[in-house]
Design a protein around this ligand. Structure first.
Ligand code: AMP
Length: 417
C-alpha cells in the first residue's frame, strides 16, 4: 500500500514524502483508515513500529478538514517529557504544509512560557499528565473542545501512577470525543481504562508478530563480575566500530559513575537519568542527535520514545529490571529501517532474570565471547529447560510479573531512573 491510498490530505502526503517514507508501516496501514473513519482504537504496538505517525497523520487530516478555533481540539497524553517533545516535533514535521498550532505541556520546563503559549490559539496539546493536571487545577486550560484524545504508551503511564490523572483529564474533554489508545502491552489495568474511556474500540495488534524488530542483531555475553563487565565494555567502545551507542545501567549512581569512567578514558560520553534537570536532559539528547556525544550512559528513562535514527548499538551494561524494557531499550537502535546491534551483559546470578526476558521475547538470546575476555563461569540454567517449560510458564509468569510490577513500579522507578 502507498500513502496516497490512505486518503490523507495531500499536504500531509507531501510532508511524508519529504521525510523519505515510501510506504506506511503495518501499524499505520491498519490504524489510519479506522481513525479517519472516526472510530476509537486500541493499538498494541511497540515503539519503533511507526506508531507516532499512525496517530498523528490522521489527526492532522481531521484538523485540516475544518477551520481552527481558539480552543484545543486534540490532546495527546504521553508518559515522559522526552516522548512528548518527540511527538511535538513529529507533529510539526508531518504538518509542515498545514496551518495549526501545537503546544507541549511537560514538567521540568517554565510555567511562564507555557502560560504564554496557552494564551494564544492552540489546536494540539502534547502533554505529560502531571503538568496538564497543574494547568487544569490553575484554571489555565479548557479541554471542553477536545475532539480527539490520544493516550500514547498507556501501559507506561499506568506504571507511573497516572491512572487518576488520566481519568480526571478525560472527564474534562468532550464526551463526543474520539479516543485512541496506544500501548506496548494490554494487561488488566489497561483493559480497565479501555472499558472506562473508549467506545466500541477497534483492536489493532501488530506487536505479536514483531516483538523484537528483526533488523536488530541481539548478542549476549556472560560476565564473571563487575570488573569483567567493565573490561568488556571498554573493549567494545574502544576496539569495535561503534558509531553511536546508548549504554543502559540500572541506577542513577551507576550511570553517573560509568559515564565518568568512560569520560576519563577519553570517550565522548554523557549521562542521562531522572535526577538531571529537564533542560540538561534535552540538551544531552540533542547533543547525541547531532553527534556531539558518541556514547550516552542512561537509566531506563531513555528506554522509550527516544528517536535518534543513527544509534548503531544499544548495550545493556545492566539488564533491565522489567522484561518489556528490554524490548524498549533495544528499539533505540535499528530505527527508520536501519540495522542495529543490541549487546547484553549477563552475570551468572542473573540466569533466572535472563530467562524471564527470553520468555517475554519468545526467543533465547545467542551467547558469544570476545577472544581474551572469555568468562570463567557459566549461567546455571540450561536452554532446553526453558524450551520444555515455555508454553506452560509464559502466561503465568507474565501475570505475576505485571502484578509485581503494579505493586512496586512507582517506588522502584523513581529510585532507579
Ligand atoms: P515510532 O514508532 O513512532 O517511534 O517511529 C519509529 C521511527 O520510524 C521514526 O524514526 C519514524 O521517523 C520512522 N517512521 C515512521 N513511519 C515510517 C514509515 N512509514 N516509513 C519509514 N520510517 C517511518
Amino acid at each position: 500500500m502507498m500513502f496516497a491510498q490512505l486518503n490523507l490530505n495531500p499536504a500531509i502526503v507531501k510532508a511524508i514524502k519529504v521525510c523519505g517514507y515510501t510506504q506506511p508501516t503495518p501499524i499505520q496501514e491498519r490504524s489510519i483508515p479506522e481513525i479517519l473513519s472516526g472510530k476509537d482504537i486500541v493499538a498494541s504496538a511497540q515503539t519503533g513500529t511507526g506508531k507516532t505517525a499512525a496517530f498523528v497523520l490522521p489527526t492532522l487530516h481531521h484538523l485540516s478538514q475544518s477551520p481552527s478555533h481558539r480552543k484545543a481540539r486534540v490532546l495527546i497524553l504521553t508518559p515522559t517529557r522526552e516522548l512528548a517533545n518527540q511527538i511535538t516535533t513529529a507533529t510539526s514535521t508531518y504538518g509542515k504544509f498545514l496551518r495549526f498550532n501545537v503546544v507541549s505541556l511537560v514538567g521540568g520546563t517554565s510555567y511562564h512560557q507555557q502560560f504564554r503559549n496557552l494564551s494564544r490559539p492552540v489546536d494540539i496539546i502534547v502533554a505529560t499528565p502531571g503538568r496538564l493536571i497543574d494547568h487544569i487545577t490553575n484554571h489555565r486550560l479548557d479541554l471542553s473542545a477536545i475532539e480527539v484524545l490520544i493516550l500514547d504508551e498507556a501501559d507506561r503511564m499506568l506504571d507511573m501512577g497516572f491512572i487518576d490523572d488520566i481519568k480526571i483529564i478525560a472527564k474534562k474533554t468532550s464526551t463526543n470525543r474520539q479516543t485512541l489508545l496506544f500501548s506496548a502491552t494490554v494487561d488488566n489495568r489497561v483493559t480497565r481504562v479501555i472499558n472506562q474511556l473508549l467506545k466500541n474500540p477497534v483492536w489493532i495488534n501488530v506487536s505479536d508478530k514483531e516483538l523484537a524488530p528483526t533488523q536488530i542483531k541481539q548478542e549476549a555475553y556472560i560476565v564473571d563480575n563487575m570488573q569483567h563487565k567493565t573490561k568488556l565494555l571498554r573493549h567494545f567502545l574502544t576496539n569495535q566500530q561503534i558509531f553511536k551507542a546508548i549504554i543502559f545501567a540500572s541506577t542513577k549512581v551507576n550511570v553517573d559513575n560509568l559515564a565518568k569512567d568512560l569520560y576519563k578514558l577519553g570517550l565522548s560520553t554523557a549521562a542521562l537519568h531522572g535526577d538531571l534537570k529537564q533542560n540538561i536532559r534535552n540538551k544531552t539528547i540533542e547533543r547525541l542527535r547531532q553527534g556531539k556525544i558518541q556514547f550516552l550512559v542512561a537509566t531506563d528513562v531513555a528506554a522509550r520514545g527516544l528517536d535518534i535514527d543513527d544509534i548503531t548499538h544499544v548495550i545493556n551494561y545492566d539488564l533491565p529490571k522489567f522484561s518489556e524494557d528490554y524490548i524498549h531499550r533495544i528499539g533505540r537502535t535499528g530505527r527508520a529501517g536501519k540495522t542495529g546491534t543490541a549487546i547484553s551483559f549477563v552475570l551468572p546470578i542473573e540466569a533466572t532474570h535472563l530467562k524471564r526476558i527470553e520468555r517475554y521475547l519468545g526467543q533465547p538470546l545467542s551467547f558469544t565471547t570476545v577472544s581474551g575476555l572469555e568468562p570463567t563461569r557459566q549461567l546455571t540454567m540450561k536452554q532446553d529447560k526453558w524450551k520444555s517449560k515455555k508454553k506452560k510458564t509464559r502466561p503465568h509468569d507474565k501475570n505475576n510479573h505485571h502484578q509485581k510490577r503494579k505493586r512496586h513500579a512507582n517506588s522502584k522507578r523513581s529510585h532507579s531512573t
